[in-house]
Each structure stands twice: as structure tokens, then as C-alpha cells.
Design a protein around this ligand. Sequence first.
Ligand code: PHE
Length: 356
Amino acid sequence: MSTSEFGQLEVQILKDIAAAADVSSLDAVRVAALGKSGSVSALTAGIAKQPADQKKAYGAAVNAVKTAVQSAIDARKAVLDAAAVDARLASERADVTLPVRVGPLAEGRIHPVSQVFDEVAEIFADMGFSVAEGPDIETDDLNFTRLNIPPEHPARQEHDTFYLSPTGEGPRMLLRTHTSPVQIRTMMSQKPPIRIIAPGRVYRCDSDQTHTPMFHQIEGLVIDEATHMGHLKWCLEEFCKAFFEVDDVKMRFRASHFPFTEPSMEVDIDAAAIGKPGRWLEILGSGMVHPNVIRNCGLDPEKYQGFAFGMGLDRIAMLKYGIPDLRDMFSADLRWMRHYGFSALDLPTIAAGSAG
Ligand code: PHE
């Protein structure tokens, strides 16, 4: 092909480029022109066949075609790429005003016991308490003896204890009947001042509308050198106000007996706080930690004293959220969970109130 015919070839290729409707047909045009056996590449191969004095001019003409074709391809490619992005944006447009689709996060529920524990922890954290834990399977020593309930003490009978089968090794284990062994564990492992709450499962062989063989308690313990009953009362009053979200809760401190506290008190609240005036509801047991318990943990009761309380978590959850039957709490009924459960994003905080 002589250089005079190059113009025609170039015009044809540029037409094909302009006509390419998408990236793949453009690529086909490129291969047909600039590919190994493409029309422009054939011209390049022809340089060698030219007479010596024409090689230079011929080569320059071929290069001019090549450059024109390449830049036309680049320009067309930029146009086609931009069009592809526009098409994709149009087809993938999301309507951000649509409501959120119900996914697993919105379907799942937090059990009221977990929610109420978080609420309680939030309130006590604000008063400087940290969270302690102990195992469900305990020794007789920690569940009873060190809590001033020696073997043969009648209080042991009241606890309806589940014992594990003896293994022949070590002490016979039991399922803890209350969270009070966490008091012992804490005093034996931490130096006062101590300010903890300890939530957990507890077990007693008992079942009716208000009792299940497994239920939850939350223990509180404060030990230092100057704590007295005024602190105990203030602390529980502040807790009740915050927990039931009322400015004033009428409380009754009733003299009671626990082997591990002296004096001991059970606390009732006036059910007006939960919209049922005229009834007293028992919510917890409490008292000043018995000197024997402090001594049993290796601390000097002449120097250290404090208070403890134990509250039924399920019970206060039922009171606050109007749950009628304790057994339903643990029946794993999805309909019940949908009704009484909480959304995962209902995080209790003191400032925002705790109800979901
Ligand atoms: N452990 C007691 C119970 O289960 C409650 C309690 C805890 C009482 C701490 C006084 C102090 O009944």
C-alpha cells in the first residue's frame, strides 16, 4: 500500500472506532487495526520492503496513522467507560428513604433478665461498684460454712440445695443456692475498700408460679473502714428510685435474719412505684456483714465492716415490666420473647432512662 492510500485506511478505522457501541466492540476494532495481524501493523511490516530513500517518509506516515488510531481509541474508550459508570449508577441507585428491612438484628431480642442486669449494673456503676463473678458449681464451704452457716445449721435446710454426686475426690460440690459465695471469693482475693455487685444464676429445688429451680440473683457487697447502716439505706433507696424511674419510692426495712448479716433487714417497696398502690412487695435481703464472715475471709472485723444485699433479678424484672409468671421467663417461647424482650440497641443508660 502506498502512503497515499493511508488516509483512506485511517478514515475507515476512525469510522469503526466512532461506531463501536461498547468496550468490547471497541477492543475488536483495536485488534483489527493495531493487533499482531492488524491492518496498521501490516503497514509497519511494509517499512522493510521500501527502497532505502523512502523508508523514512514511509515510516513517518505509518506512525502518524498509528498515533491517530491509538488516540481515537483512547478517547472513545474514555467516553464508553464514563457511560458504563453512569449506567451502573442508575441501575444500582438505592432509595435511602425506604424503611430498613427487618434483619436478624431487629428480629433478635434481649431477654428481660439480661436487660435488667444491664440496668442494675449501670446504676451501681454510677455509685462506684464494679462487677464480680463466681462459678455456679460451688463448694459447701463457700456457699455455707464461711458465710457463718456451719454444718448442721438449720438454715441449710431452707436452701433446698442440689448436691452433685460425690466423686470421691475433694469436697462434695453443690449448685450455689445464692450469689453470697461471691462475697467470700471477693473478700478472700481483694483488699478493702471493696464495692462490688455480682449477678448470676442460683439453684434451689423448688417450682411453682413464683419459684423455678434456677433463677437469678444480684449480690452487693461494700467493705471498708467506715461503712454503716445509713450507707446501706441510702444506697438501696437511690437504686430503687433509679431502677423504677420514680422520684420517690416508699421503702420499708423489715427486721429479718440471715446468718451472714447482723443486723439483717428485708426490704419491701410500696407497689405504688409500679402503679399498684397499697401493697408492699419484698425485693431483697440485706444487712451489715457479720463479723464472723469478715474473719472467715482473713480480714479483721475490728478494722473492717460493711454491708451486703441480695436481690432477685427475675423478681425485679417481673415487677418493673409486668411479667406475670416466673416460669415463662425460662420456657424459651419465642412469642413471649417478642413481647417481653428488648431490642439489641436498647442500651440502658442512666441519662436516657432504662426502659426500652
Ligand atoms: N443470700 C440471701 C438469700 O439468698 C440474700 C442476702 C444477701 C441477704 C446478702 C443478706 C445479704 O436469700
